[in-house]
Design a protein around this ligand. Structure first.
Ligand code: GTP
Ligand code: MG
Length: 222
């Protein structure tokens, strides 16, 4: 696969039709379906699933809310470790399920809780044939940290394709964002299961959301 120089590319990746299809997918009445703390209770899934993963506080829940245009859909908080379960979201007559994953790297969580999250997350990643892609969120202000490398190693091992999404892009200046995108792409090129494209987003300002919606919509059609 060709590594796409996302920040440099003059040509938009998506046509107006594709962006519109993405918009329509996320304009559906997205709703909370269930929360799961162990594999035995995973909902039966017949369609495509995508999951949002990343460090605590990186903006997973905010991104789900921004994509769906539903502020309170996924619970957000300035306290890290807010999402402690796998949370499933669906919309009627829509062949897509969205999963909000518990954040990793939350230092204050008791040790056993951290281990349980990791076990659950890994079991989920390995045992979910309908999981098409994990969107791995990275805070634009911090870039890829050692703990993110650990998560990537886990994803590589589980052989689940993951695509990096930079969050909180409103917090850094455009040249820094461009540099970060390039640097991130180059680090991903060494990872077996990493998707060779990066999308920079801001849940607050809306940046990158139309593209991410289109990307997800295209997944359903491929
Ligand atoms: P856990 O559930 O604890 O793993 O966190 P999370 O990854 O779901 O993060 P959450 O969406 O709760 O957001 C954490 C904090 O970051 C909140 O205070 C959000 O308001 C803030 N935040 C999220 N997205 C953005 C963004 O695009 N821009 C800015 N400036 N702040 C953001
Ligand atoms: Mg959350």
């Amino acid at each position: 696969m060709r590594a796409r120089r996302a920040a440099m590319s003059d040509e938009p990746k998506f046509s107006d039709e594709q962006l519109e299809a993405g918009r329509l997918l996320f304009a559906k009445p997205w709703d909370f379906r269930t929360s799961v703390t162990d594999m035995a209770n995973l909902p039966e899934i017949h369609d495509t699933e995508i999951a949002f993963a990343g460090r605590s506080n990186v903006g997973k829940s905010s991104l789900i809310n921004a994509l769906t245009g539903r502020k309170g859909l996924a619970r957000t908080s300035s306290t890290p470790g807010r999402t402690q379960m796998l949370n499933f979201f669906s919309a009627e007559n829509t062949p897509l399920t969205i999963v909000d994953m518990p954040g990793y790297g939350y230092a204050q969580a008791p040790k056993e809780l951290v281990a349980a999250w990791t076990d659950l997350v890994f079991a989920y990643l390995r045992g979910r044939p309908t999981l098409r892609r994990v969107f791995l969120l990275i805070d634009s202000r911090h870039g890829i940290k050692p703990i993110d490398e650990e998560a990537m190693a886990l994803l590589d091992k589980a052989a689940v394709i993951y695509q990096v999404v930079l969050t909180k892009a409103d917090k850094i200046k455009p040249p820094a964002l461009e540099r970060l995108t390039e640097e991130t792409l180059s680090r991903l090129s060494k990872r077996p299961a990493a998707f060779p494209e990066v999308i920079a987003t801001s849940s607050e300002k809306g940046r990158g959301l139309p593209e991410l919606r289109a990307e997800i919509d295209q997944l359903l059609k491929s």
